[in-house]
Design a protein around this ligand. Sequence first.
Ligand code: ATP
Length: 254
Amino acid sequence: ETNLPSVATFSQNLDNMLGTAGVQLGSITELLGLPGSGKTQLCLQLCASVQIPKELGGLDAEALYIDTNTHFTISRFREILSASLLRCQNILEEPLQVTEDEALDKLHYVNAFGLEKFCAFMYMLPKFIAEHPNVRLIAVDSISYPFKEGISTKQRTGLLFRLMADLQRLAVENQIAVVLTNEMSTRVGLSTGAVVGSLGDAWAHRCNTRVLLSTPHLHTDVSDGTHRLALLLKSNVAASSVAPFQITAEGIRD
Ligand code: ATP
């Protein structure tokens, strides 16, 4: 195992759980969870975190967000980004070298709705990365959505198999952290009919890290709805464990 840097989640609990202080460059992390469990919010946080200046141990890099299902809003990203910049500024105790608009430009957003558009962009991805060498994070939100309908299980398995192999090569060769979200259906739970069930070995094998996000059952009525749980399902470096975190207006926090 090489000691590649990571993109911090802004939750100490999550970073500790991952055992790598965030999502690691050169590897693929899957975020699995029900709708509303926080997969998109965590992706957006990581897209902001990847910009943390070098002085603070960050990567001072750019992110690529591949949107397959319309849950992204620029206003929400701006909110998380400005909170993240402010936090860096407070720690450094001096103004940052980057304006909010410049920071916003460091997120490359791609609309890849529908299977054809998604596959077309994924085919172009190595070229895109060659043209944007400072990208250190790729979020695919979500990987399962384009494969939901209009494709046979066999075709899906074949496509995903090749896609995952390409992504893994890209991650390793370019030292990029790849984050894939995978929504579970409320009806079938973990078996999810979509990706998890049908892809089997190939899928699980290619994801270096798998994290299940969930909303804890409410034991009290004082919960404000921001609390979430992350469960580490697979990791090369850390033992399975659970981490509580929150989704706040500023982004992901403890
Ligand atoms: P899906 O599978 O539907 O895409 P998801 O797992 O990606 O779901 P998110 O969109 O990441 O879910 O999480 C939605 C939750 O994030 C909301 O229910 C809310 O709790 C929280 N959230 C979203 N925006 C804000 C905000 N501005 N301030 C605080 N919390 C927010």
